[in-house]
Design a protein around this ligand. Structure first.
Ligand SMILES: Nc1ncnc2c1ncn2[C@@H]1O[C@H](COP(=O)(O)OP(=O)(O)O)[C@@H](O)[C@H]1O
Ligand SMILES: CCCC(=O)OP(=O)(O)O
Length: 355
């Protein structure tokens, strides 16, 4: 029997679960408000805050880390790599700390797992990090040769929900054509063709719909004009695109539940902005149907926002002509992390090495 701690830092939360083999013993979700996180200039600066929150939570649960066999974290912005379980090594930790490929909360998953595991002489892993890259070559090309599209998305949950949806359709994931929409702090829409995500919007760097925290795709020249307006530094522009865009920019909150409270109180602008987010998400689902040549077995909607039936309805009425819509609120990320670590601990699979 293996005892596994899974750590999942998202842009608006830190999720922690303890598993006995593949069976979850408990899960805790620590939610972080915009004001709580805005005191940190970089994601790396949040390290001690998030690590302490995890240790305090385990202490409250009377859970002793001595019993653990491995720690697994959600992987971050590394070089583009294949899907699978990776052992966390010094090279990976360095790349995550230097944030060469960008800043995102998931960078902390590998680092926290590594630091905690080191203290207990047990292995640390990451599974299906946000940089899993299975794009078709044609999807990489943009109209500006200096800029290549990247595959940055909720790979861990997209793959887990892809498998679950295929199984609900009584198909193998490797035989199905699926569109998965993950609605979290960022929004990613992936085209899964026979087990590979052949196209997906870069959910971090400004592609696809806007989301609770991201600006999404913008008119390029208008963006360039704003960059050169003299009003903003590069760091300020980055913030407007990454953490301070979307709902945060329009409505000053990253919390969709709060937006619904605004709507209930008669805020018509909040209603328009929320509907625009649903509309743009639906349009991106349409684009992924084209990536799959219109041969779509089903559409899966998942992520924290998928708990809200009204929001899901705003999307599904616009896309159900493409294929049937299945809803999986929340995520299967914690289970997918534990299963990835378990496959390696049990000898079923060899851990990949990040180079
Ligand atoms: N029950 C709910 N109803 C509506 N929105 C929710 C619910 N639970 C979470 N959310 C929203 O989901 C978003 C976060 O999604 P989640 O997948 O947990 O995020 P992340 O992993 O990106 O931090 C937030 O906007 C949050 O307000
Ligand atoms: C980095 C891409 C995945 C993503 O957007 O995650 P969050 O929704 O947790 O920000």
């Amino acid at each position: 029997m293996f005892l596994i701690l899974a750590i999942n830092p998202g842009s608006t939360s830190t999720k922690i679960s303890v598993f006995e083999d593949k069976k979850v013993l408990f899960t805790e979700i620590l939610r972080h408000s915009v004001s709580e996180l805005s005191q940190y200039k970089t994601v790396f600066e949040q390290l001690e805050f998030r690590k302490t929150a995890i240790l305090e939570m385990l202490h409250r649960k009377n859970f002793s880390m001595e019993k653990l066999n491995a720690i697994v974290g959600r992987g971050g912005l590394l070089k583009p790599i294949k899907s699978g379980t990776y052992i966390v090594n010094e090279r990976m930790v360095l790349d995550l700390k230097e944030a060469k490929r960008g800043e995102h909360a998931s960078n902390l998953g590998g680092i926290i797992a590594y630091e905690l595991a080191k203290n207990h002489s047990i292995p640390a892993f990451i599974v299906d990090p946000v940089v899993v890259d299975e794009l078709d070559d044609v999807a990489r090309i943009t109209g500006m040769p200096e800029i290549q599209k990247s595959s940055i998305f909720h790979a861990l949950n997209q793959k887990a929900i892809g498998r679950r949806l295929a199984s609900d359709l009584k198909k193998k994931y490797e035989d199905a054509n699926l569109i998965i929409a993950h609605l979290g702090g960022g929004i990613s829409i992936g085209a899964h063709r026979h087990g590979y995500v052949i196209d997906v919007n870069d959910a971090l760097n400004g592609e696809g719909p806007f989301s609770p925290e991201r600006a999404g795709g913008l008119p390029s020249l208008e963006l360039a004009r704003l960059c050169y307006s003299g009003k903003y530094t590069f760091e300020e522009m980055k913030k407007k695109i990454l953490g301070g865009g979307g709902l945060v920019a329009h409505l000053n909150t990253n919390d969709v539940k709060e937006v619904y409270r605004m709507i209930e109180n008669g805020d018509e602008n909040a209603e328009l902005i929320l509907d625009a987010m649903a509309y743009k998400t639906a349009k991106e689902i349409g684009a992924m149907a084209v990536a799959l040549n219109g041969e779509v077995d089903a559409i899966g909607i998942t992520g924290g926002i998928a708990y809200n039936e009204n929001f899901v309805k705003r999307i599904s009425i616009r896309v159900e002509f493409i294929a049937p819509v299945y809803v999986y609120p929340g995520e299967d990320e914690m289970q997918a992390l534990a299963e990835g670590a378990y496959r390696v601990l049990s000898g079923e699979e060899e851990a990949k090495v990040y180079e």
